[in-house]
Design a protein around this ligand. Structure first.
Ligand SMILES: Cc1cc2nc3c(=O)[nH]c(=O)nc-3n(C[C@H](O)[C@H](O)[C@H](O)COP(=O)(O)OP(=O)(O)OC[C@H]3O[C@@H](n4cnc5c(N)ncnc54)[C@H](O)[C@@H]3O)c2cc1C
Length: 321
């Protein structure tokens, strides 16, 4: 036994060796994919919260994406997908198995007439800007949404009266066995902040959108206006995951929470934003457990006072510490 293992039990040594073999196997199977082990998810979420992912993989091609899925089946490891992490709360214990991050590593944008096809890791802001630069209208609403296109299409992201459902014509996705599927807009079954892919373990690879020709100056003016509105209303200087709850039918969450006097209410370093009561912000050292307790508290108070059951828009993943 080496000096470093002197105080370690034999079962721990076996566990370390098993983990080392798994890592070597993964690295050998995925030579072109960057893999980070025990990677803190706080580095990959806009909340700056989240325990470690056992293995975070950043595939760069469709084939690598498919290989990751097949490998997870062969190895019997759970598979989790994350995009830009702007709608995610990762619990403090982190994520077991393989976590695929699809962001800048898969972010190509192509144009064919008025049809724009972008890989799912392309930031929504970049896709929106690309459309404006080519004098195409329809994606102005997306200019300030901090997510990537894949997460966006899964969530049917939207703002200022627009949403991805209005422009999406086709989605290509990798299914749970690693096969490539092509879905029409109808098959995506878009609804308010939802789509058919939310219940499935499929991975969006790319999205085709049909836009309309427009005047670049007007398009850019609309984008500038949306940006101003966002900056004046949202707490953009503090880490958050945007609106925590979905809008209840016929209303907004912010005013309900504000009427309860909960603006600024804190649990640990998780706080109901003082600027926008629909946001929870991380004041510095918030843990997922603090945010979850705050969500629970706000939901309970809203239910008790207004009889409205709030549903979370933020997706909660991973294990408790
Ligand atoms: C300051 C701020 C403002 C925001 N404003 C808005 C807004 O105006 N409108 C709005 O709609 N949202 C808003 N959001 C929320 C968020 O940006 C969107 O939901 C965004 O579309 C999420 O994309 P993402 O890449 O960050 O996805 P993630 O948060 O990483 O993931 C979200 C979900 O999508 C899944 N997913 C991600 N990528 C893929 C993929 N390629 N294939 C399959 N599944 C995938 C994940 O598993 C997860 O379930 C805001 C967030 C912040 C922090």
């Amino acid at each position: 036994m080496t000096a470093g293992f002197a105080s370690t039990s034999s079962s721990e040594v076996r566990e370390r060796l098993r983990a080392a073999r798994l890592r070597a196997f993964l690295a050998q199977q995925m030579p072109d994919t960057e893999i980070r082990f025990d990677e803190p998810m706080s580095r990959h979420t806009s909340f700056r919260i989240g325990g470690p992912a056992d293995a975070l993989l950043l595939p760069r091609t469709l084939e690598d994406l498919q290989r990751c899925v097949r490998l997870s089946i062969e190895m019997g490891l759970p598979l989790t997908i994350v995009g830009n992490g702007s709608n995610l709360l990762v619990r403090d214990g982190g994520i077991r198995g393989l976590t695929l991050k699809i962001a800048d590593n898969l972010a190509r944008i192509d144009l064919n007439g008025v049809e724009l096809t972008a890989q799912s890791g392309a930031p929504l802001a970049a896709v929106s800007r690309f459309a404006a630069e080519h004098s195409l209208t329809g994606l102005e609403f997306a200019c300030g949404i901090p997510g990537a296109l894949g997460g966006g299409v899964i969530m049917n992201a939207g703002a200022y009266g627009g949403e991805l459902a209005e422009v999406t014509t086709q989605v290509r996705a990798v299914d749970e066995r690693g096969g490539l599927r092509v879905l029409s807009a109808a098959e995506m079954q878009f609804g308010y902040r939802t789509s058919a892919l939310q219940g499935k373990k499929w991975i969006v690879f790319d999205v085709t959108m049909r836009l309309q020709p427009g005047g670049r100056t007007q398009i850019e003016a609309r984008m500038a206006d949306f940006t101003c509105q966002r900056e004046s209303k949202q707490p953009l200087s503090l880490p958050s995951a945007g609106s925590v709850f979905k809008r209840p039918p016929g209303g907004y969450v912010g005013p309900l929470v504000e009427q309860l006097g909960l603006k600024g209410y804190r649990i640990g370093d998780a706080q109901v934003s003082e600027k926008h009561a629909g946001f929870i912000v991380n004041l510095g050292a918030a843990r997922a457990a603090d945010v979850l307790a705050l969500i629970q508290y706000v939901r309970g108070r809203v239910q008790e006072r207004f009889g409205i059951g709030l549903e979370t828009e933020v997706r909660v993943i991973g294990e408790d510490a």
